[in-house]
Write a protein that binds this ligand. Structure first.
Ligand SMILES: [Zn+2]
Length: 204
């Protein structure tokens, strides 16, 4: 994820995966990721259209594409197996759907564990429902893993996202990628009415 979310999910920073250059405080002027990226890509930045990147500034674009910085962090974490155990993440399989339940807000350890799960699901599950009912926010690392799952390709949906999570999805222009459902049964049924009925937060 090279669009880095602020802690309150109301703002984001563009980071170059090559040199680490940061362009901060983009939400007030740009609105969301889609607008920001359309402008930066005209200004010499290159990379993926999705907020997860990788992205490179004009100076780094002339060299080889950089690895994604969040993925690097998670890969480092992956090398310490004992650290990957987490009571804050559980997984079950219901029919062809992998259901991951998060308890407590994600951090580097939870995101690494989630990433391991997604890698294990490759070719084995076509749908992933992430139950975030017990979570008030998701960070850039969590969204990075969800996009990685989306690219497997696994159809990813969220269950019970709090308003702050819905705001973050819109801010990063990822809301079209991950449908949201109020409850797990609705997600399992893939009921679009359930998704449509989800109360949305007011957008200022
Ligand atoms: Zn750069």
């Amino acid at each position: 994820m090279t669009a880095l979310l602020s802690l309150d999910s109301r703002n984001f920073t563009l980071a170059c995966d090559g040199c680490g250059q940061l362009v901060t405080n983009l939400a007030p002027t740009m609105g969301d990721w889609a607008v920001a990226w359309s402008l930066f890509s005209q200004d010499g930045w290159t990379g993926d259209d999705l907020a997860t990147g990788p992205h490179a500034c004009g100076r780094c674009t002339r060299t080889s594409p950089p690895p994604r910085m969040v993925e690097q962090a998670l890969t480092r974490e992956r090398t310490t197996p004992t650290a990957r155990e987490s009571r804050r993440l559980s997984v079950t399989h219901i029919a062809d759907v992998a259901v991951v339940t998060l308890s407590g807000n994600p951090d580097l350890l939870v995101n690494s564990r989630l990433r391991d799960l997604v890698l294990d699901l490759r070719g084995r599950a076509r749908r992933l429902a992430v139950d975030v009912t017990g979570v008030s926010r998701l960070d850039s690392g969590a969204f990075d893993v969800l996009v990685e799952a989306h690219r497997q390709p696994i159809a990813v949906c969220l269950v019970g996202p709090a308003p702050q999570i819905q705001d973050a999805l819109r801010l990063l222009s990822l809301d079209g990628l991950f449908p949201a459902f109020r409850t797990l049964p609705e997600a399992l049924a893939g009921d679009p009415a359930g998704a449509a009925a989800l109360p949305t937060a007011d957008v200022p």
